[in-house]
Design a protein around this ligand. Structure first.
Ligand SMILES: [Zn+2]
Length: 415
């Protein structure tokens, strides 16, 4: 087969390889990485011509990998793993370099929630509030929601492409897992500090149980510190218990327990994820939990962030956005959901269609008659009027607008 350009093809020194192969076989490819770093200084992404530079990173453990060149993410093809939204269209722009630092030996994140508690200090059960550095106008640390959005975006789970088919938890797990090795959070390797609930099959049950045991062994007191850790999974049910609530997760039998007050706060902070309307649209909710061991060795949640997603794990900010994301996928549109991280006030499009150039914006207008919402909507419209991009708007009191590309038929599917 003749070599072709296209997403996922990388040039390392004089060799052209698939990114998926590189990620799988980074040890095997180490000499190739070392040669490219010494002779060229970087790798090439072949998603477009002329090719775009990629950074070659090497972790302290000697693991090589490639990453997007700073500031050039926007130039990659929207279907390329190194594509990034333009500045202003994505939440992470508001972090200081202390919050998320991308270096030659990996990505270092400062999470606002501590994962290691010194045992000689008094305990508090209050979830920490993130500080915002006022002078710089940028955050010095990342909240749990910010970290969840970061991981989701790195795994490109906020990108939908008709050629990829229906996303399952198995795919999510694999993609999330491949990202963790290069990330350090509060000084700990994320693949050690974070347990992504693996997909359940009867054949994998024993291996999954062993992995959870190994993860749990890292919790609790080690020397003069108590170790907490992170669990990422899909909440199936929040069930009341005599002491609070139990979170039952998809693919995992062991529940996580929390005080009622923590769940009450989570339900307020992440009201779309815990609200009723979303469930009617086949939506699901993904949560990132900070856990510790209770004296009886139950997994106890000390903080959490939750995110509403469609049934195929595309994030959405409301149940109406779930409907829109599903309709766009049914119409075989390629799109990206810009994630907010810690920027509640930023003006971001609800969705960005990437199969037209320039990309088109999709806006879902859900709430009427609330002053702050109406003001935001007016701000958004003003922002779009300054752009040359096409704008598709849906007022949810009306039927869905046409979502087809020109020449496509049968969209919206329920019209
Ligand atoms: Zn590329």
């Amino acid at each position: 087969m003749a070599p072709t350009n296209g997403p996922g093809r990388i040039q390392l020194a004089s060799r052209t390889v698939q990114l998926a192969w590189l990620r799988e076989h980074s040890t095997l490819a180490a000499p190739l990485f070392a040669r490219a770093r010494a002779e060229v200084g970087h790798a090439w992404c072949l998603c477009r011509l002329p090719a775009l530079r990629l950074v070659i990173r090497c972790t302290r453990a000697g693991r090589y990998h490639v990453a997007g060149w700073p500031g050039e993410g926007e130039q990659h093809d929207p279907s390329c793993p190194f594509h990034k939204l333009a500045p202003g269209l994505s939440g992470p722009d508001r972090y200081s370099t202390g919050a998320i630092r991308e270096a030659d030996d990996g990505v270092f994140i400062r999470l606002a929630t501590p994962l290691t508690i010194p045992l000689d200090q008094p305990r508090t059960h209050e979830a920490p509030r993130e500080e915002i550095s006022q002078e710089a106008g940028s955050r010095r640390s990342v909240s749990l929601l910010g970290l969840l959005h970061w991981i989701w975006e790195q795994a490109r789970l906020n990108v939908s492409h008709p050629q990829e088919g229906r996303l399952t938890w198995r795919t999510c797990h694999a993609r999330l897992h491949s990202q963790l090795r290069e990330i350090t959070v509060n000084g700990r390797d994320l693949d050690e500090a974070l347990y992504v609930v693996p997909p359940f099959t009867p054949a994998a049950a024993d291996a999954n149980a062993a992995a959870l045991d190994a993860f749990r062994a890292r919790l609790g007191n080690h020397g003069m510190t108590e170790q907490r850790a992170l669990i990422l999974g899909q909440i199936k049910e929040v069930a009341p218990t005599p002491y609070g609530v139990a979170y039952r997760l998809a693919h995992q039998r062991t529940p996580l327990y929390a005080r009622a007050a923590l769940q009450a706060r989570a339900a307020r902070s992440y009201r779309h994820a815990f609200g009723k309307p979303a469930a009617q649209h086949g939506a699901t909710r993904i949560a990132l939990f900070v856990v510790e061991h209770s004296p009886k060795r139950h997994l106890t949640v000390v903080d959490l962030a939750a995110m509403l997603t469609t049934g195929t794990y595309m994030p959405a900010d409301s149940s109406y956005e779930v409907v829109m994301a599903d309709a766009l996928a049914a119409c075989r549109r390629a799109f990206i959901k810009p994630l907010r991280y810690d920027t509640a006030d930023a003006v971001l499009p609800d969705f960005l269609l990437t199969d037209v150039a320039p990309a088109a914006y999709v806006e879902v207008y859900g709430i009427h008659g609330r002053e702050s919402y109406d003001r935001r909507k007016a701000e958004k419209r003003e922002f779009y009027q300054r752009q040359e991009n096409q704008l598709i708007e849906w007022d949810v009191t009306q039927p869905l607008p046409p979502l087809a590309r020109s020449g496509q038929r049968g969209c919206p599917p329920n019209a």
